[in-house]
Ligand binder design. Structure first.
Ligand code: BGC
Length: 761
């Protein structure tokens, strides 16, 4: 690497960037996925010296009130409008950022006040939760993760960014990269599931999709890795609840997806609501000073979560408002979302020497830096024509349909119940969710309108036209307390040749503040399933939900089950494509479906016990009433065709820590139609200084095969990636033996797909 401009650089910034660059070059994910981040950093290196000079020049001119104003983010109206107060503050140069204000017209109006009327003309940073689409809505993140298709995930984030930026949004509060092993936690719907390896790759892809290699571009937005950290480990699965985790578990399980966002060049981070080992994230120097800024050399922006500074008082670590502001600032927080404590008490805290001007300037500098990186000083306004052309266009909707199809997981398909023949004369469509647009967008649906989505009933009608008689009955709503509609549902089921039955959750039953202590089908929906079953006609259960559900009865008795999550704008078209065989489902679960809430936490990469289950030995690890195993394991999913994975080979069985293992398997489509198999390679470290998980995903490949086609697939695993954090929390790769096994899901371990390798000198 040759940096011509290095000497001209501000030393701190140069040091930081050199370290970032070294990290990037060493990073397994950057090695795997792209040359891109290095190019980004190179460009930023050249640009940053100038940016740092401009930041310093501004800091020299700013009053204390203007500085504190930059540290404030205020909430707009849900509709996207700014509030009258915002305009007043913007004109005075006292508003750093907003959330929820969007649309070219609204954002430009407010921006004009800041850029044309304020003293220093510092632009406002417009943030918004663009989680799985701006107006064109893709499947909820958990659903999209079931595709295991990184290119597709990156593309949907890109489309979301393109629409959002055109509508004046500079910054998305996404991706949420919290590992979640507890389906009671409603926010499991917003992430990539339970597995650190898969979630890290997805985190990287999402950041790259939002930001590209340069987020000043007019079709990109700055991403925000959230919520740092361990928010997904809330005790009891209850949102906002405490977490308590060893540093080793944090570093091994919860941090890597965050580190992946750094490798992808993420511009910002958000704190989490929970306390971690007794210290709330927003006041936790281990997270922000030691790990993020210290070890990962992050020089972007840190925003708090919504009113999280104020909540430091309720957490019981701040005695009053000023104390909360002091804690947050001294922890390294930059921008305060919604509560106004830094603003209100900053001056007093300075006077009392409870915070230093250097700390304050550093925070302001971090806000200004991302404004420069976004190019806002040069191009503060959105272009209304661009907005019209980009938002919700036909091309984006087409891709939303493709991405939805990829997210579906076929959980059961007895005797080829699916696909449904297009010649079927009478079809009964049953269930509230089959005819409800609002729910299809899923939670956190950006600027998506509840009237936009295509419902399943519409999708089926469009597909079959007048060739079939299609009848619809609600049965019951998602709460399903009132069962008076069951009778009509059963009647139309009896008269039909095939029944499409949708059951699941309302979108408000997952995401934030939506934890459940029971993850069965809500209300009496299971009774509806049983009644339709008893009607005796072939049927499919189409699931719509934001989390794993305990669906033992349908899994045992229903002939077919298709998991469709909340599939977005094109939900109904995409589901109809799959139900009627125009597309073949190929998704795999990114999260375990337990048999019972009592098994939670249940995840595939658990540690072994000293007494693994043996059916003939009472004193082994088990429940008396249910098996230990999942109802549907991580990585599971069927297809309309069948696949055979055979012939596992490795390039060598003796490797050093610097080597890369090559694993080959043959994958054959043994059925009658084209389909995608996701081949998964798992590793188990047989004996180490720390007990290692029974299996860990370390590689996978999506393989599209024609009927009868057979292909050899190569998956590479760097031995450097087989390490772990030791008792001193240092990452090490130990010598020893590893089992390598391949399969179609995490439970699919076969004797003929195993190889042992030895790592040593
Ligand atoms: C959520 C964040 C979100 C923020 C802004 C909070 O309640 O926890 O994930 O980005 O609101 O909408």
């Amino acid at each position: 690497m040759c940096f011509v401009t290095r000497r001209a650089l501000d030393m701190t910034s140069a040091k930081i960037h050199r370290a970032v660059l070294v990290l990037l070059l060493l990073s397994p994910i950057s090695g795997l996925l792209a040359q891109g981040p290095v190019a980004t950093i190179r460009r930023q290196l050249a640009g940053d010296a100038a940016i740092e000079r401009k930041i310093n020049a501004l800091l020299a001119k700013m009053t204390l009130a203007e500085k504190l104003g930059q540290l404030q983010q205020l909430d707009g109206e849900a509709s996207g409008k700014y509030r009258p107060e915002h305009l007043v503050l913007a004109k005075k140069g006292l508003l750093g950022s907003t959330l929820n204000v969007r649309g070219a017209e609204q954002s430009n109006e407010l921006q004009r006040a800041a850029v044309e009327q304020s003293r220093l003309k510092i632009p406002i940073l417009f943030g918004f939760d663009v989680i799985h689409g701006y107006r064109t809505i893709f499947p909820i993140p958990l659903g999209e993760s079931a595709s295991w298709d990184l290119a597709s995930i990156e593309k949907s984030a890109y489309i979301a960014a393109k629409e959002a930026r055109a509508a004046g949004v500079h910054w998305t509060f996404a991706p949420m990269v919290d590992i979640a092993r507890d389906p009671r936690w409603g926010r499991i719907s917003e992430g990539a599931g339970e597995d650190t390896y898969l979630a890290s790759l997805i985190a990287f892809a999402r950041v790259r999709g939002f930001q590209g290699s340069d987020f000043s571009a007019n079709d990109r937005v700055m991403a925000c890795a959230k919520h740092f950290a361990a928010y997904g480990a809330a005790e009891g699965g209850r949102d906002y609840n405490t977490t308590d985790l060893s540093e080793r578990t944090l570093r091994e399980v919860y941090f890597p997806p965050f580190k992946a966002t750094i490798d992808a060049g993420v511009g910002s981070y958000m704190t989490s609501f929970n306390s971690l080992n007794g210290i709330p994230s927003t006041a936790n120097p281990f997270l922000w000073k030691k790990v993020l800024r210290g070890e990962w050399k992050f020089d972007g922006l840190v925003v708090t979560d919504y009113t999280a500074v104020m909540e430091l008082m309720k957490h019981g670590v701040a005695s009053d408002e000023a104390d909360a502001a002091r804690l947050a600032l001294n922890t390294g927080i930059d921008l305060e979302m919604v509560s106004r404590l830094i603003n209100a008490h900053g001056e007093r805290l300075l006077k009392d020497k409870k915070i230093s001007i250097a700390t304050l300037d550093n925070a302001v500098g971090n806000v200004l830096r991302v404004k420069f990186r976004l190019g806002l000083f040069a191009k503060p306004y959105a272009d209304a024509n661009r907005e019209k052309a980009a938002v919700f266009n036909a091309e984006h909707r087409k891709f939303a349909r493709e991405s939805a199809i990829k997210s579906f997981v076929l959980l059961k398909n007895e005797k080829e119940t699916l696909p449904i023949s297009k010649q079927t004369k009478e079809i009964a469509v049953i269930g509230f969710l089959a005819n409800d647009k609002r729910n299809m967008n899923g939670n956190w649906s950006g600027d998506g309108r509840s009237e936009d989505p295509v419902t399943l009933l519409e999708g089926i009608r469009r597909k079959l036209g007048n060739s079939a008689k299609i009848e619809f009955a609600v049965g019951c709503d998602t709460k399903c307390e009132d069962t008076s509609g069951f009778k009509q549902a059963v009647e139309i089921a009896k008269g039909a040749d095939f029944v499409v039955l949708t059951v699941g959750e309302d979108i408000d039953m997952s995401a934030e503040a939506a934890s459940r202590s029971n993850i069965d089908l809500p209300g009496k929906q299971l009774n509806l399933v049983k009644k339709i079953h008893a009607a005796g006609k072939p049927y499919v259960v189409v699931l719509m939900n934001g989390r794993p559900l305990t669906i033992n009865w349908p899994a045992e008795n229903s002939p077919a089950i298709l998991e469709t999550w909340f599939a977005g704008t094109e939900a109904g078209n995409a589901i109809a494509d799959v139900l009627f065989g125009d597309a073949n489902p190929g998704g795999k679960l990114p999260v375990t479906f337990p048999r019972s809430i009592g098994q939670i936490p249940l995840y595939y990469n658990a540690l072994p016990t000293g007494r693994p289950f043996e059916s003939t030995n009472k004193y082994t690890s088990k429940y008396l009433d249910i098996p230990n195993t999942a109802l549907f394991p991580f990585g599971y999913g069927l297809s309309y065709t069948t696949f055979k994975i055979t012939n596992l080979k490795v390039n060598t069985t003796k490797l050093t820590k610097k080597d890369t293992l090559k694993v080959w398997v043959d994958v054959e489509n043994t059925g009658k139609r084209e389909g995608t198999e996701i081949v998964q390679v798992y590793v188990h470290d047989l004996a180490a200084s720390i007990s290692r998980p029974v299996k860990e995903l370390k590689g996978f490949e999506r393989v599209l095969l024609k009927a009868g086609e057979k292909r050899s697939v190569e998956i590479q695993i760097k031995i450097a990636d087989l390490g772990f954090y030791d008792a001193n929390n240092q990452y090490i790769v130990e010598d020893g033996q590893f089992r390598i096994f391949a399969g179609a899901n995490s439970d699919d371990v076969r004797d003929d797909l195993i190889e042992f390798i030895t790592v040593g000198k």
